[in-house]
Design a protein around this ligand. Structure first.
Ligand code: F0G
Length: 454
């Protein structure tokens, strides 16, 4: 059969409250056109994030009851640890309450003033944690990854020539090299196994450890299976193990590809680093056999890891974004191509080319999506990245709007509704106006900035 179905039945449902356009205009106004300030009950289709929004399976819900809440030595920890090590063979696995807690611990240990940490592309919390330590976060994505229209199969790849140059010139300042799989900020684009290995080889030649930000490792592995020469007949878990065998450690948000609603971990091979991390963990998260999580959360993660590598699931998962991108292309709406793993990224700068970057075309589209159909999305552009450390502004590399797909939550009819909403906006795109910022914080301004329409 050609139709790729959702490979699950729905046993429990959450009602969606439908709203009127007039209600939504009121909501936008009281939220100052920032969708982070909108209550989720006022949202029809919530594509703000794929993080922590997965629907758990019957087996995950059942596993919750097996959660052992002992402070130390819980069997839930050992099940969690075994599930992680089965896919990511690191010596030490340290649970945290979510990904950024693992980042904070890692960069408190290896970051600091005068250091520079390169990656293909750091996610915003990763960058913020590196910068909070006093270090510099450097993105070295390949050129194709910066071009929304490029159809390179691995647009998340590290530019290994630039990495080599950075290590040549500043090796003493680089404590570690990182890779984010898939590249969230650049469109959910994958990194090839060849690129992971080449990056590891360069890092190792300079005696530097490689850390993978593995949030969307299963989606990345399935892209490798589909697109990388020689990988087609391999099993996804084997590809996953190959990805992580090349690295010396990882940070993880279990809120993505562990199909859990909360959780994360830091994993490392280095014994001294692990000891430092556990000391810090006790200070900020909890004892090393629960790390800021309940025993039941550890069970949900262990079961989620067994489910996320299922190929029927991954085929459906990648098809969701591909389907939306195909339909948007037919409507003449520019998106990042080829489609990514966890989200559809609309190129708002090209779509609304009458709105200059410093009038935030991405945010204008985010507001229009909500007003038109109650769809919540997220700007990844000049609002998120445009503010410089001296307080000045400049256009970000791209102005994208991310439609992040929660895992196992929405159906194809929801996708069709989304496509209709975007089609309506496309028909009147010339009427959309930019925004100005009326209030903003120092850091991570996209969460709380207040806007007004121009
Ligand atoms: N790294 C990447 C690549 C991420 O996408 C995220 C979170 C994190 C680290 C931090 O993990 O949220 O568990 O602390 N991304 C979410 C998103 C928030 O919407 O893309 P966390």
């Amino acid at each position: 059969m050609k139709t790729i179905i959702e490979p699950f039945r729905i046993k429990a449902i959450e009602p969606i409250r439908l709203t009127t356009p007039a209600e939504r205009r009121e909501v936008l106004k009281s939220a100052h056109w920032n969708l982070f300030a909108v209550r989720s009950e006022d949202v029809t289709i919530d594509l703000l994030t794929d993080s922590g929004t997965s629907a758990m399976s019957a087996r995950q819900w059942a596993a919750l009851m097996a959660g052992d809440e002992s402070y130390a030595g819980s069997p839930s920890f050992y099940r969690f640890e075994a599930a992680v090590k089965a896919l990511m063979p690191f010596r030490h696995v340290i649970p945290t309450h979510q990904g950024r807690a693992a980042e904070a611990i890692l960069f408190a240990l290896i970051g600091g003033a005068g250091r520079v940490i390169p990656s293909n592309a750091h996610f915003d919390t990763t960058r913020a944690n590196i910068e909070a330590s006093g270090a510099e976060a450097r993105d070295l994505l390949i050129e194709e990854g910066r071009d929304p229209a490029s159809r390179h199969p691995f647009k998340g790849n590290m530019d290994t020539a630039r990495l080599e140059r950075l290590l040549e010139e500043r090796h003493a300042e680089v404590p570690a090299v990182m890779l984010t799989v898939t590249n969230n900020t650049g469109g959910g684009q994958p990194v090839s196994l060849e690129n992971i290995r080449a990056t590891a080889a360069i890092a190792n030649r300079y005696g530097k450890p490689l850390f993978i930000d593995g949030c969307r490792f299963a989606e990345n592995a399935y892209f490798i299976k589909l697109r990388e020469p020689g990988q087609q007949s391999r099993a996804v878990p084997d590809i996953v193990r190959d990805m992580f065998s090349a690295a010396d450690g990882m940070i993880m948000s279990a809120k993505k590809d562990a199909l859990a609603n909360i959780g994360g971990w830091l994993a490392v091979n280095d014994d001294t680093l692990a000891q430092g991390a556990r000391e810090r963990l006790i200070l900020t998260e909890g004892f090393p056999t629960y790390g800021g999580l309940a025993g039941r959360d550890l069970e949900a993660i262990a079961q989620g890891l067994a489910e996320v590598i299922d190929e029927d699931y991954l085929r459906y998962r990648l098809r969701t974004c591909e389907y939306v991108v195909e339909r948007l292309r037919a409507l003449g709406v520019p998106t990042v191509e080829p489609s990514g793993g966890h989200a559809v990224f609309i190129d708002a700068r090209a779509f609304l080319d009458h709105i200059p970057p410093l009038q935030y075309p991405g945010q204008a589209l985010v507001a229009a999506l909500y007003e038109q159909g109650g769809v919540r999305s997220c700007e990844i552009g000049t609002v998120m990245f445009g503010r410089q450390s001296d307080g000045s502004e400049r256009p970000a590399m791209m102005d994208l709007v991310r439609l992040a797909m929660p895992r196992r939550v929405y159906t194809q009819a929801h996708a069709d509704y989304l496509i209709e909403v975007i089609g309506e906006i496309a028909a009147r795109r010339g009427d959309l106006r930019g925004l100005r910022i009326v209030e903003q914080p120092q850091r991570l301004r996209h969460f709380t900035a207040q806007f007004a329409p121009l």
